[in-house]
Design a protein around this ligand. Structure first.
Ligand SMILES: Nc1ncnc2c1ncn2[C@@H]1O[C@H](COP(=O)(O)OP(=O)(O)OP(=O)(O)O)[C@@H](O)[C@H]1O
Ligand SMILES: Nc1ncnc2c1ncn2[C@@H]1O[C@H](COP(=O)(O)OP(=O)(O)OP(=O)(O)O)[C@@H](O)[C@H]1O
Ligand SMILES: [Mg+2]
Ligand SMILES: [Mg+2]
Lengths: 251, 251
């Protein structure tokens, strides 16, 4: 069965999409058949790789129709593009537990051909993120090394625990990932110490540094590991990929 | 009638809360009776000023109950705290147009005692942000000087146009605010040029620089204009306040 990594944090701008794109690209390069799914109505994972959003989302169409998975140029990676109209889903979907079970089974069916699936989530704890958590085998939470980002972690952990309590899910904590770490700032060091002392082993060893190459890469439609392979951010994402592969099925 | 400023952008982490807090504090200091309303389930505007989230949100309780507006220590500012349970609202609220009109009239009633109201919104285009747009007299959109932030603006403009088309709203575009501008980065200059050439006069003259003082301030429960009054970010927010006061009721 595929490992399904959900990249989620309701706090905005913490590096979810950047992590989803670079993890998907490096996992695909390591030889695993990998799919990146864009679940955010902003479609940043889609446009960040130079693709166009779809009219309707493949996962929400329900019909088994022609699979529209797009190969990503130059990578052994497939993309399931996002759609701007997902905003409606957020409003509509107040699925009962039974409904959600049905939806998740259907999503897992669409992922069956892949060894690794990476889900990029919107900055919210609404229906899309909860469905993604319910279908995932592990969750990775990017945390920016700043005050507000720490605050939101408690709510995320509560949401994860809730999904874990449903008997048909198999979600484990993949890990907390420190992002946009600026080694010159005291604030970043304080947040890192606090996160490691609170979450211990559940925090990835790899820390993603703040690096302008990561902010420039999407405007070229490339992952930073392709746009600037020798940059500090690119090296850190390669390290993260290794750490994810070594950890097998989460902690 | 109060000017009701909605600080909104579905892109996450662009400086909505930081702008809402610092604009509310500086507007209150200029002598106007000012209220800051936290509409985000993350409650960052509430905790960023050292307050605690409420059990239920004042605006969503519906009953006229005892007004629970909290004075902010050392400021002539009032806060209507956020609540973590707003996440339910997002899921439930698929208000019909008539319902929304009723809700907005009720919210305006609660704002009647104030000259200025600042609404901090979550990073989404769901029910909360749309209600905030419907009740507001003007919308200010913070845009981080990076690629993904530009992308999301079109969807925001579409949402604003939609609200403006309802005959009982009076929303104008207050302006696009460039935030976290790092003068050393070419990317920031490129985004600034693109935004100014596309939005022209609708872009604030004031640009908020990237400044670690702004990231440190919330951990002290203070606005950056109080935490580090001589910092570049604090000076920029004072400038923004002047610009908002001079522009009267939006453009
Ligand atoms: N390591 C980094 N160093 C510098 N900038 C970065 C880094 N990682 C991401 N960025 C930039 O920071 C911004 C936020 O990152 P990103 O969009 O990946 O976050 P997100 O959590 O997906 O945001 P949202 O909550 O809106 O989905 C983007 O402009 C991105 O290019
Ligand atoms: N001018 C600035 N310079 C440096 N850091 C800043 C600046 N403004 C805000 N920040 C920091 O950047 C992060 C994002 O800012 P903020 O939380 O205000 O954005 P937001 O748009 O409200 O996020 P969300 O989408 O999650 O609501 C915070 O950690 C904040 O402290
Ligand atoms: Mg994203
Ligand atoms: Mg905010």
């Amino acid at each position: 069965m595929a490992r399904i990594l959900c990249i989620a944090n309701q706090k905005g701008g913490v590096g979810k999409t950047t992590t989803a794109i670079n993890l998907a690209v490096t996992l695909a390069r390591s030889g695993l058949r990998t799919l990146l799914v864009d679940l955010d109505p902003q479609c940043n994972a889609t446009t960040g790789l130079g693709h166009q959003p779809a009219e309707r989302h493949q996962l929400l169409r329900g019909d088994e129709g022609e699979e529209l998975l797009e190969p990503v140029e130059g990578e052994p990676l497939f993309l399931m593009p996002g759609t701007r109209s997902l905003a409606d889903v957020e409003m509509l979907v107040r699925l009962s537990r039974e409904d959600m079970e049905r939806v998740c089974r259907q999503w897992r069916g669409q992922f069956a051909d892949f060894q690794m699936v990476v889900l990029d989530c919107p900055p919210s704890l609404g229906a899309l993120t909860r469905s993604a958590l319910a279908v995932a085998t592990e969750v990775i939470m990017p945390v920016q090394c700043e005050y507000f980002a720490m605050e939101g972690l408690t709510q995320m952990i509560v949401a994860v625990r809730q999904v874990q309590s449903w008997n048909w899910t198999s979600l484990s904590l993949g890990g907390i990932l420190l992002t946009m770490h600026d080694h010159r700032l005291e604030l970043a060091q304080e947040v890192e110490q606090e996160v490691r002392s609170y979450f211990g082993q559940a925090t990835f060893q790899t820390v993603i540094p703040r690096d302008v190459a990561a902010a420039e890469a999407p405007s070229h439609g490339l992952a930073v590991v392709d746009y600037a392979p020798r940059s500090r951010a690119a090296r850190a994402y390669l390290e993260l990929c290794m750490e994810v592969l070594e950890s097998e099925q989460g902690q």
